[in-house]
Write a protein that binds this ligand. Structure first.
Ligand code: NDP
Length: 338
């Protein structure tokens, strides 16, 4: 017989039952193998990422490192939530006193209609990736529940934010040592949720020209129309530029799998050799696009910086305190790249 831990259950008659407990279900006092971490107790508070799927997410490693560094008795969990169940999941987290949530694929757009209040930026970028649960005492201002002791019996509302777009700008500046992006010309690959947020945010940052290339041209055209209407300072054009641009950004999902074709016309890349190429994808560490760009002599960076800064900004919204960026970066890199 295997040496599994045993749980004995005594029924107050004459029968004694013995259950085998598989090792995976054996009681563990600690949530990790690091015994130096404080244990979960009745005072522990929770944040979480909801996605479908979510098993690949690096956010728990990054955020739990940040929470521990801040000395908070909070934990960051991950839940695989089917899109059909997103609304009750958000509502349940609100009712159970969660501090906040992150949302990942495919929930960012859906959540726009599921939170009580949408922050202005999330409205503009048309995506919610961070929810802050807020409370108010009587007629006072709404404040994050994370800065209060308890919300039991108080009003709580969910407020949707988008930290992805600001994170991209911060990551670009850091990766390529750019003080600002004013006047920079950009070739943006993709017209999905991430590309849309990037385009609108880059336009606000003062980029000069934005060239948009997408498999489905109508989506790129729609984005060009929105940019032209809402951001008169930027010149938005559908299709490849005939001249060199300063920066190429991949916001398509091409590159996630090793066998994916390049998201860019290789001949264009080799002919124009843009100084900076950024791929929003962070796993694998070097995508086919980044490899080709590096070989063409471009400076390259992957999406890990964007992932880091969307997370640090979310943590700051929940806690009202500066995020421990160095600790979170180290935990993220360890989780992503070992
Ligand atoms: P969406 O599903 O909204 O958009 C996907 C984009 O990829 C669309 O432009 C789509 O084109 C294009 N695409 C998908 N498959 C193909 C294909 N076979 N050939 C050509 N184009 C294709 O996803 P998101 O915008 O949310 O995410 C895009 C990428 O950005 C993902 O790789 C995601 O991991 C990454 N990302 C990274 C973040 C970070 O923190 N680093 C944050 C957010 C996203 P079409 O319109 O024709 O369908």
């Amino acid at each position: 017989m295997a040496s599994h831990p045993r749980v004995w259950s005594f029924i107050p008659t004459f029968v004694t039952l013995q259950f085998e407990v598989p090792p995976a279900l054996a009681y563990k006092q600690h949530v990790s193998n690091d015994a130096s971490e404080p244990i979960i107790n009745a005072g522990t508070r929770y944040c979480a990422v909801l996605g479908h799927p979510v098993a690949h997410s690096a956010s728990p490693a990054m955020q739990n490192a940040g929470l521990a560094a801040l000395g908070l008795n909070w934990r960051y969990l991950a839940f695989d939530v089917h899109p059909d169940h997103l609304r009750p999941a958000i509502e349940g987290a609100k009712r159970m006193g969660f501090i906040g949530l992150n949302l990942t694929v495919p929930h960012k757009l859906l959540a726009l209609d599921m939170v009580d209040v949408v922050d202005d930026h999330a409205k503009i970028w048309k995506a919610v990736n961070t929810i802050v649960f807020e409370t108010r005492a009587s007629s006072g201002p709404w404040i994050p529940v994370g800065v209060t002791e308890t919300t039991v019996g108080q009003k709580v509302r969910s407020r949707g934010f988008n930290t992805d777009a600001d994170a991209l700008v911060q990551a670009l500046k850091e990766a390529f040592k750019l003080e600002n992006l004013q006047g920079v010309s950009v070739l943006l690959l993709g017209a999905g949720g991430a590309a849309r947020a990037a385009a609108l945010r880059l336009a606000r940052e003062g980029v000069g020209k934005l060239h948009l290339v997408n498999r489905t041209k109508t989506r790129a055209n729609e984005l060009v129309a929105d940019l032209t209407r809402d951001c008169p300072g930027v010149v938005a054009i559908q299709g490849y530029p005939s001249a060199r641009v300063d920066l190429v950004i991949n916001a398509t999902s091409l590159g996630l799998k090793g066998e994916d074709p390049l998201p860019i016309d290789l001949q264009w890349l080799q002919a124009h050799r843009p100084p900076f190429v950024y791929d929003m994808i962070y796993r694998p560490m070097e995508t086919g696009l980044l490899r080709a760009a590096r070989k063409a002599g471009c400076q390259i960076a992957n999406g890990a910086g964007m992932l880091l800064y969307q997370g640090t900004r979310a943590l700051e919204l929940w806690t009202g305190r500066p995020a421990p960026v160095g600790v979170m970066r180290a935990a993220l890199e360890k989780n992503l790249y070992g």
